[in-house]
Design a protein around this ligand. Structure first.
Ligand code: SF4
Length: 305
């Protein structure tokens, strides 16, 4: 039986937009609370693994910094290496090292560079020199329930300056800007006002996003208001309803043939489902074939009525 889609998160939204087929394969069958076990069993691309490791190391470095322990460059490298080795696992690691020997070392170095430049951003500098004194890292897997939707949209870091709460998302894999990024970011406020430990007054919050794109950290700031928050909730509703439409289209036999493919071959290049996808031999060809299948399917249905 297909599961009712109830979970909303930025990663799910990105997947839904970038490729509906990828969304269905990756997320539709997993509508339970996040647990270490189901996260581990979820297939991850190398890019996703790098993001997981960067986030883990960032939190550990920040927590140590809070306790007065400052990491050397060597320590950053070591922590990243250990985290990546753990996430990739011995078999995957052997495979990578055998096929492209320098790849793993380059991956660690690029991760280190990304973390170092994060520490050079304004917010991180203010944390490092104690201009921001009250802050804490949050667990992205913490849910806030809003009606029938489970929102996984916690900030990565929250800090307090005077009487304002600042919610920061750190996007290690920043995508191109889109029309809805303010509403996506304000999801953090919708999450926060459902959290018993945070105020439920909208004007107490400011929202920040640091997004890594083309080798640099881009900064965005959003100020919430009632109207935007309402629109942000509508965005969740629309996405979740679209997710359910896809699952319905797939049917009880989990037929993927009519689930739309990506519109951009760039997404296919790093997709973990490519080997079993009709797009493996060319996205445009696969889309034309899908169009014909859909046409024949509709025609058959029409003539049988
Ligand atoms: S290979 Fe491309 S079309 Fe196929 S699931 Fe992946 S992203 Fe979608």
């Amino acid at each position: 039986m297909n599961e009712l889609q109830t979970m909303w998160s930025i990663s799910r939204r990105k997947s839904l937009i970038n490729c509906p087929r990828e969304y269905v394969l990756r997320y539709s069958g997993n509508q339970k609370q996040y647990t270490r076990k189901n996260i581990k069993s979820n297939k991850k691309s190398l890019e996703d693994i790098l993001v997981t490791s960067l986030r883990e190391v960032m939190v550990e470095r920040l927590e140590d910094q809070k306790n007065g322990i400052i990491w050397s460059k060597k320590m950053i490298l070591l922590k990243l290496k250990m985290s990546l080795e753990f996430e990739i696992g011995p078999r995957g690691l052997a495979k990578i090292k055998n096929s492209i020997p320098k790849f793993f070392d380059d991956l660690i170095l690029s991760g280190k560079k990304q973390l170092e430049s994060l520490w050079n951003t304004n917010i991180f500098r203010r944390i490092s020199n104690s201009k921001i004194k009250r802050w804490s890292c949050l667990d992205r897997k913490k849910v806030a329930c809003d009606g029938h939707i489970d929102i996984y949209c916690s900030p990565d870091l929250i800090f307090q300056v005077q009487n304002k709460w600042h919610l920061l998302r750190i996007d290690f894999l920043g995508e191109k800007s889109n029309y809805f990024e303010d509403l996506e970011a304000l999801g953090m406020v919708n999450w926060s006002i459902k959290n018993r430990n945070l105020p439920d007054l909208i004007n107490k919050f400011k929202v920040h996003v640091l997004k890594f794109r083309d080798g640099i950290w881009l900064y965005q700031k959003f100020i919430p208001n009632n109207n935007l928050l309402q629109q942000s909730k509508q965005l969740f509703e629309k996405d979740v309803s679209q997710m359910n439409e896809l699952v319905k289209k797939m049917g009880p036999m989990k037929n993927l043939s009519l689930i739309p493919l990506s519109n951009n071959y760039q997404h296919c290049k790093k997709c973990i489902f490519k080997k079993s996808c009709p797009a493996k031999n060319g996205l445009e060809k696969a889309k034309s074939e899908q169009f014909l299948t859909e046409y024949n399917f509709t025609k058959e249905r029409f003539s049988s009525n």
